[in-house]
Design a protein around this ligand. Structure first.
Ligand code: ADP
Ligand code: MG
Ligand code: ZN
Length: 638
């Protein structure tokens, strides 16, 4: 029997094909109708697109021309003064809320003539729920249509396969992006600090540039390189720099993208990715955030089977490599401890490059990279900023640089000043200042004593970091802030330092109790208390620092060591012991804080009084007041 190839052209009298065609037709009609309806609903004026940074700057300018900003999801509609319809539009980008980025409602909390006055200058900012009926209709059709489409598509495919030689439909092709020579290139110059990691990667680049040199000497070429380090330390950036330096095709895909895929597609994407890379060798495959697909197969109460297939396919492909394939697989993760061990075996990701949080010198370099091209005042002190940002990642520093520029723009400065830097640093660390937040006199007084309590205890205890700044201006979620700054970077803290941190955190609540009586306990100390609980827990559970359970550590659930289903790897009795030890530590901290504050009541009063007067005290102003304070024997540990 002769098979006729089925085509969707004319002259077909095949029943099934007709059904498919009428289905397709119906589908097209539905699409067309939906589009018409949506467009009809959207017959609005064409709006001008404006960058978000410009919108924020204009919204904070008392002479700006914006009357109203309506925020729906990430979209901003801007109505100008003297107009009744939005004529401009913008989109939020970057992380943090619009509020954090500087879109502040200046008129919030004002009344009467103050309000009228304010509304004349600054825009009203309105947040709208992102729901409308047409949105729902559109949403529903957008979810249903693809399903319908897929059903049609598959039945059509099956007919194709049955009656004629099937063609590859490009389904399951990898979505990997290729950073070719025309893409914006990143080089090692853009990655500041992290010299050790760069050194390791330079070797890889060298291999990709001159593979012969290595092959001749019989050197085994690394196959898989795993970049490991905390979030924001520049792993993705570094991988892109390798691609830029080596000047070879760079196929990149993120582990989280696999999660969105249909069943069975993840594995075929992997296959396709590797075959493309081999065809284009020498080349680099980069799997970012590989923990999303390659977490331990037993942890998390059983990984999804889909992830497991994807992971297996990665392993199969890596094992199938010839030594001279010229393909290097790089991967990045924040959580090496979560990765499936099979991935780390020889011949797979056997090279580890640790990307660490930057030290002070490196922080300065990173800041320089991110302030390059931004106008800064001559006396701007990046070194001081590098000094106080211990523990910050490269991404945090990039964020501070951007915030500083936004702050300078909002304040109408021509160049970024030291004050803009400080504001940006504190904003990134805690949140934006909220000067308009109403605080009555009583609340102010409580806050002043609370912060003074932290400062006095912190200053007096011998193993605590020096007090850098105290303020009772609300910022983010806090009523006030006491900043302690480590004099230098340290990787380890000893038990005395940790106990002093616990005591100074208790200082706020204890000062409130001393001054306003036992019953005047406010909610202002809740974050202090949860910090105490968290630190005390890690001292007991992770560091083996408690008396009763000294030198015993208990892996936490977060490491994937155990799950809710498998249960804690220790007995109920031990759990009770842990709780008791945590309580002991926090009680001790409260007792020490109280001893310090009772012995230094005049200093506490003086500091609180000064805070009420000036709101913010810097190191120089704090010194003479705190110099009077003494360490009572009851607070001594050693
Ligand atoms: P990760 O992948 O480790 O989470 P990224 O590579 O995405 O971190 O880093 C986020 C951003 O932080 C980068 O785009 C860059 O702007 C900045 N950054 C991080 N580390 C550095 C660094 N060492 N030098 C310069 N910028 C950095
Ligand atoms: Mg990353
Ligand atoms: Zn506090």
């Amino acid at each position: 029997m002769q098979k006729k190839p089925v085509r969707t052209g004319q002259g077909q009298n095949n029943n099934k094909s007709n059904t498919v065609r009428s289905l397709l037709f119906t589908f097209l009609v539905i699409c067309f109708g939906a589009l018409l309806i949506v467009n009809f609903n959207r017959n609005e004026v064409q709006k001008t697109e404006v960058p978000i940074s410009e919108v924020i700057q204009r919204a904070n300018d008392p002479d700006g021309n914006i009357a109203k900003i309506t925020v729906t999801g990430d979209t901003l509609d801007i109505t100008l003064k003297g107009q009744d319809k939005a004529t401009e539009t913008s989109r939020k980008d970057g992380s943090g809320t619009l509020y954090d980025q500087g879109l502040v409602n200046h008129c919030e909390g004002l009344e009467g003539s103050d309000l009228t006055d304010c509304e004349g200058k600054y825009p009203t900012i309105e947040y709208k729920e992102n729901v409308n009926t047409w949105g729902i209709v559109l949403d529903v059709s957008l979810t249903l249509l693809p399903i319908l489409f897929i059903i049609i598509f598959f039945s059509w495919m099956m007919r194709q396969a049955n009656s004629a030689n099937s063609q590859s439909m490009g389904f399951g092709k990898s979505r990997a992006r290729l950073y070719g020579p025309d893409k914006k290139k990143v080089s090692f110059k853009d990655v500041a600090g992290n010299e050790a990691a760069k050194q390791d990667l330079t070797e890889i680049v060298d291999f990709l540039k001159a593979p012969k040199k290595y092959e001749k000497l019989g050197a085994k070429i690394p196959r898989g390189v795993l970049l490991a380090g905390e979030p924001g330390t520049g792993k993705t950036l570094m991988a892109r720099a390798v691609a830029g330096e080596a000047n070879v095709p760079f196929f990149s895909i993120s582990g989280s993208e696999f999660a969105e895929m249909f069943v069975g597609v993840g594995a075929s994407r992997v296959r396709d990715l590797f075959s493309k890379a081999k065809k284009n060798a020498p080349s680099i495959i980069f799997i970012d955030e590989i923990d999303a697909v390659a977490h331990k197969r037993d942890a998390r109460g059983g990984a999804g089977r889909e992830d497991e297939q994807t992971l297996n396919q990665i392993l199969v492909e890596m094992d199938g490599f010839d030594n001279d394939s010229g393909v290097i697989v790089m991967a990045a993760t924040n959580r090496v401890d979560m990765l499936d061990k099979a991935l780390l075996r020889p011949g797979r990701f056997d090279r580890h490059v640790n990307v660490t949080l930057p030290e002070r010198k490196d922080r300065l370099e990173i800041l320089k990279v991110h302030f390059k091209g931004k106008p800064v005042e001559a006396n701007v002190d990046l070194e001081a900023l590098a000094k106080k940002t211990a523990g910050s990642s490269g991404a945090d520093l990039a964020n501070i640089a951007n915030e500083a520029a936004i702050t300078a723009a909002r304040e109408g400065h021509k160049a970024i000043s030291n004050a803009d830097l400080t504001e940006a640093f504190e904003r990134v660390a805690i949140g934006p200042e909220r000067k308009n937040k109403m605080m009555n006199d009583k609340e102010k007084k409580i806050t002043a004593y609370h912060e003074a309590g932290h400062a006095v205890v912190g200053h007096v205890l011998p193993d605590s970091d020096p007090v850098h700044k105290v303020t009772i201006i609300p910022r983010g979620q806090t009523g006030g802030v006491t900043w302690f700054l480590p004099p230098e970077d340290r990787s380890y803290k000893n038990i005395y330092e940790l106990k002093d941190i616990l005591a100074r955190a208790m200082g706020g609540r204890v000062a409130e109790k001393l001054i306003f009586g036992k019953d005047a306990v406010t909610t202002g100390a809740s974050s202090d208390l949860s910090n105490v609980a968290e630190l005390a827990k890690s001292m007991v559970v992770e560091e083996g620092m408690s008396e009763g359970l000294r030198n015993l550590v208990f892996p936490s659930e977060a490491t994937g060591y155990y799950t809710i289903t498998t249960g804690k790897p220790y007995s109920e009795k031990t759990a009770e012991l842990i709780d008791a030890e945590i309580k002991k530590l926090s009680d001790e901290a409260a007792v020490r804080a109280e001893a310090v504050l009772r012995a230094n009541k005049p200093v506490l009063d003086k500091l609180a009084e000064e805070l009420l007067k000036q709101e913010t005290l810097e190191e120089k102003e704090l010194e003479p007041i705190l110099a009077e304070a003494k360490l009572p024997t009851a607070a001594k540990l050693h």
